[in-house]
Design a protein. Structure first.
Length: 134
């Protein structure tokens, strides 16, 4: 049997929607991976091993499940307790480790973009401040 990247993309898209991530942008922000990379993956163009590992982890799959799905099998689901932390819950060390992984897989710009999104997720509006006020 040959690899079916479209099957994998459709499977990931369905799982994403089932988790409540109706837009690709929200999913990308959650994972810290570019929307473009995830869009290509969902359209059947595949992705690098680091991206696949992050997706597997976020979906509660075991390592290698993306390949199993691409070859016609089903994923091995982990306990939901072990799913990926949301971007806002990452510690500084975890965020920078993920940025190093992203840089190795997608380049420095993608890593910088991830860190910028992580930093924005750490900021809280001042208490009592109204949004949009000058």
């Amino acid at each position: 049997m040959r690899e079916d990247k479209k099957r994998l993309g459709n499977y990931i898209r369905n799982e994403r929607v089932n988790l409540g991530y109706l837009t690709l942008q929200r999913w990308a922000d959650r994972l810290g991976i570019s929307e473009r990379t995830l869009g290509k993956l969902e359209r059947g163009y595949g992705a690098g091993p680091t991206t696949l590992a992050v997706v597997e982890n976020a979906l509660g799959w075991t390592p290698g499940d993306c390949m199993r799905i691409a070859y016609g099998q089903e994923p091995r689901r982990r306990d939901p307790v072990h799913r990926e932390k949301p971007l806002s819950a990452l510690t500084r060390d975890e965020a920078y480790e993920r940025a190093r992984q992203i840089e190795a897989a997608e380049g420095r710009d993608a890593a910088y973009d991830f860190i910028a999104r992580w930093r924005a997720s750490q900021e809280e509006p001042p208490s009592g401040a109204a949004r949009g006020s000058a």
